[in-house]
Design a protein around this ligand. Sequence first.
Ligand code: NAP
Ligand code: ZN
Length: 346
Amino acid sequence: MTTVAAYAAPAAKAPLERTTIERRAVGAHDILIEIKYAGICHSDIHQATDGWGAGIFPMVPGHEIAGVVAEVGPAVTRYAVGDRVGVGCFVDSCRVCEYCEQGLEQYCVQGMTPTYNGRDKNGEPTHGGYSTHLVVDENYAVRIPDGLALDVAAPLLCAGITLYSPLRHWNAGPGKKVAIVGMGGLGHMGVKIAHALGAEVTVLSQSLRKREDGLKLGADHYYATSDPKTFEDLAGTFDLIVSTVSAPLDFDAYLSLLRIDGALVNVGMPEEPVSLGLGSVVTGRRTLAGSMIGGIAETQEMLDFCAEHGLGAEIELIRAEQVNEAYERVLASDVRYRFVIDTATI
Ligand code: NAP
Ligand code: ZN
C-alpha cells in the first residue's frame, strides 16, 4: 500500500478537499500510473452530490485519466515504464462473460468495477483520477498515441468514447444527418467525431451562445432549442440524434426530429425519470436507445482515430483547488468544453 494525495468529497454535496488515500501494492499484472491530468465529467458531479444515490464517501472522483507508467508488475507484457496511458470509467470486469469476451466490458454481466464510487473484488472502495497515482491491471489501461497531448487526451477516456461508440454503432458517416444535443463535454466531442466520420452534423443547444465554436469544431448547422421554430423547421430531419443532456428532456419533441427508422440515442444520465408519449416512437418506426461508454478495445480504437484526425478535447486546465468552482460552472452549462485538473497541483 502507498499513501498518495487526492481530492475527495468527504460526504454527499460537501465541497471537495485535499486528502490522502491508499493505493494497493503493484501486483503481478498491475501498472502504477503517475497521473498527469484528470478530466471533470458531469458524472463526477452527479456522484459527488449523490444525485444517483448509493454513493460511497469519502469519494475521489475522476474517470478521465491520462498519465505515464511509473512501475510495472513482474507479469506485465503490454506496458513499460515511461509509456503514456489512459484509464476510463472502469478498472476491472469479470473477463469471462459473453460481453467481456466480445470487448463489451462496460456491459459485463457481473457488473464492471467502476474507477471510483465502486468496490473492487476485495470489497475495497475504488478511488478515481483526482489523485497523483493509480494502480490498475494492465488490461484495463489504454495507450495514448504520441500524436495526442496528455491534457487534451484525458477527456477522451469518457467523453470521447461515450460519443464514439454510439456514433459507430449507429453508423454515423457520409450521407447521414446526425444531431448532437448539448454542447458540453460529451457534446463537443460528438461534434468533432461525427464530423470526422463524414456525417452532416447539427448541434441542438439551448441557445446560440456557443454557435461559433460549434461550427469551428465541425458542425454544419447550429440551432437553439429554446426557439420553438427549431422543432418545426427540423421535423423529420435526422437519421441519428445523440442526446448528451444531463437534465430531463422532452424526448417526444426530439423524437419528432427523426426520419422514419431514425434513432435517438440517449447518453445523458439525468437524476430524475423522464416521461414519454410512445406515439413519437411508434408513428415513425423510430428507435429510442441508450449507450454507455465503450469497451477497452473500442476505447483504444477511438484514441487511435482521434490521434489520426487530430481530435483532442477543447479544455480549460485548472488547479486542483479550483475543482469546486469548476463544478458550479459545469452545472451552469458554462464550460468550454472540459475542465481538466493538472494533478501536479494536488
Ligand atoms: P456537460 O459538460 O454539463 O454537458 C451537458 C450539456 O447539456 C450542457 O453543456 C448543455 O448544453 C446541455 N444541458 C444542460 N442542462 C440542460 C437542460 N436543462 N436542458 C437542455 N440542455 C441542457 O456534461 P457532460 O460531462 O457532457 O455529461 C452529460 C451527461 O452525460 C451527464 O448526465 C453525464 O452523467 C452523462 N454521461 C453519460 C455517459 C454514458 O456512458 N452514457 C458517460 C459520461 C457522461 P448546451 O449549453 O449546449 O445546451
Ligand atoms: Zn464520464
